[in-house]
Design a protein around this ligand. Structure first.
Ligand SMILES: [Zn+2]
Length: 184
């Protein structure tokens, strides 16, 4: 009896976990769900669960970042490759008089798209990474149709990119699910 009255007097007016002001009769914090009137065990469980969640989200964040970086790498590589190819045709063009300007333009646009999607992946990771991965696959398919040997050019790097994209998309989706579940 005495214990419970002491607890009632000492009951914090702010959530212990997120510091939101809480109304006295509430059993759970309206912001984070902390069991204000729960047992010590309930409260400990809540904190440990939240810590595990933070670690999970951090891990997902790293994978999403890695996939975002892949888009920047693709932007850079596409641009450099575009100019190298243009340089090759330009040096040959002295003889036959034709420069491959449309191809250079396509590569510049492609590089800009990869860059834009990389930036967008910070705000909308699922949509941006799915778009980036789709674009990457379309380029691979078109390249392979044009020249079957294209598929195997830099195959190890291509496998790495595909892996980063798949991991990044999975993590971005999982992070969204967790955030919804925990109302973050
Ligand atoms: Zn709270």
């Amino acid at each position: 009896m005495e214990n419970s009255s002491v607890a009632a007097v000492n009951r914090p007016l702010n959530c212990t976990y997120c510091n939101t002001a809480v109304a006295q009769p509430d059993n759970f914090c309206i912001t984070c769900g902390y069991p204000i009137n729960g047992t010590e065990e309930d409260q400990r469980f809540f904190v440990s669960e939240r810590n595990a969640l933070a670690i999970d989200l951090e891990d997902h964040h790293k994978k999403v970042n890695q996939a975002g970086k892949s888009l920047y790498w693709l932007a850079g590589a596409t641009l450099v490759w575009g100019f190298i190819q243009y340089g090759i045709t330009a040096s040959k063009g002295i003889d036959n008089g034709e420069l491959d300007k449309p191809l250079l333009l396509v590569n510049i646009i492609l590089a800009a798209l990869y860059l834009g999607l990389g930036l967008w992946s910070r705000k909308k990771p699922v949509a941006a990474l799915v778009s980036g991965f789709s674009l990457y696959l379309i380029v691979q398919i078109l390249g392979t149709i044009g020249d079957p040997a294209y598929l195997f050019k830099g195959i190890i790097i291509k496998i790495l990119f595909v892996g980063y994209f798949i991991k990044g998309i999975k993590s971005a989706m999982e992070a969204e699910r967790l955030k919804k579940q925990y109302y973050i």
